[in-house]
Ligand binder design. Structure first.
Ligand SMILES: Nc1ncnc2c1ncn2[C@@H]1O[C@H](COP(=O)(O)OP(=O)(O)O)[C@@H](O)[C@H]1O
Ligand SMILES: [Mg+2]
Length: 311
């Protein structure tokens, strides 16, 4: 079961359908707003359109707006034996760039020097004062939205006082931001897709002329990279640090050649990277889903038999 809206970034859904057809899997779509959790004495159940249900495997995509109902429902099903790829808390954590950097830092995965704040000030921005080029990003931003680059931390402060960034529509709570040195002047980065501890696709992205953000959605040009590239192992370490089964990782090579993580995204689209690299990312995700499901079933049977022997 795929929890998502098929019409939102439809090409990812088509790729999943195509991969499912070729390996004989039946995929169903459930729309997040049609989930319920029914609670009463002695019983609690996850429901879809009012009916108690328990899917075998769940893939969830871009369900950020539905955290309140999706996370409890997925956890409930997982406790009853459903295979939920990308544990909900880990997936939601990865939507926040600051929480992602904390997880990466704990696991000693290289990150870009970052200051996170709700309101910047001269004192707060001091560590970035000597950098020529600073980038400002909403912590929950996607596809480059809400990002701005400045010549210096001072310019960022002036723009902030002029009203930039203070009223983000991205979050009900006041959005926090991250500021970083603009590595290499911006305009180029790397995107990896990792599934089950292996980097399955890797590309370099070159931003459109005059643009610092190398998101494909903003017109960047992708080039396939070999999976031997050092970014592949950094991306794998990043997914492991964030405790995700699969996802996209944005990386950037600094002046010393160290590959640093910019972002981890549990709900990253894979249509762009699949087209650019020719890799079957959707197939790899479904393969993982099947392997987990089979493993759980065998584990359950074996557990039952061992239990029977013991008594
Ligand atoms: N510190 C940085 N230095 C240089 N370029 C950056 C930096 N941070 C982000 N970028 C550029 O901006 C793009 C968007 O930033 P990212 O952190 O991935 O946020 P989003 O979630 O909006 O994609 C990146 O793909 C990269 O091209
Ligand atoms: Mg990104």
């Amino acid at each position: 079961m795929v929890l998502h809206y098929p019409s939102v970034r439809r090409s990812n859904w088509w790729l999943l359908c195509e991969a499912a057809r070729s390996c004989g899997i039946r995929l169903a779509t459930w729309e997040p707003h049609r989930l319920q959790v029914h609670c009463m004495d002695g019983e609690i159940s996850g429901c879809y359109d009012g009916k108690p249900v328990r899917p075998g495997v769940v893939l969830h995509r871009t369900v950020a707006a539905f955290q309140g109902i999706v996370a409890p429902a997925l956890k409930l099903w997982a406790s009853e034996g459903t295979v939920v790829l990308n544990e909900p808390d880990a997936a939601y954590r990865s939507r926040d760039k600051l929480l992602t950097y904390l997880a990466l830092h704990r696991a000693q995965v290289p990150i870009v020097h970052t200051i996170a704040f709700v309101e910047p000030s001269e004192e707060a921005m001091q560590p970035l004062a000597d950098h020529r080029g600073v980038i400002l990003k909403p912590a929950h931003g996607v596809r480059g939205e809400g990002i701005r680059a400045f010549g210096s931390a001072g310019e960022l402060l002036t723009a902030w006082e002029g009203g930039c960034g203070q009223r983000s529509p991205l979050s009900l709570a006041r959005e926090h931001y991250v500021a970083q040195p603009l590595v290499g002047g911006g305009g180029r980065d790397l995107r990896a897709f990792v599934v089950s501890g292996a980097c399955v696709a890797l590309m370099q992205r070159q931003a459109a002329s005059g643009e610092v953000r190398a998101n494909l959605a903003l017109g960047a040009t992708p080039t396939r990279l070999s999976l031997d590239h050092p970014a592949a192992s950094t991306a794998v370490a990043a997914l492991e640090a964030c405790r995700l089964d699969y996802g996209g990782v944005d990386l950037i090579e600094d002046d010393d050649g160290t590959v640093r993580v910019l972002e981890v995204d549990a709900w990253a689209g894979f249509a762009g990277i699949s087209a650019a690299t020719g890799e079957d990312v959707a197939g790899a995700i479904l393969q993982l889903a099947m392997t987990r499901r089979l493993g759980d079933r065998l584990g359950g049977r074996l557990g039952g038999r061992l239990g029977g022997t013991a008594t």
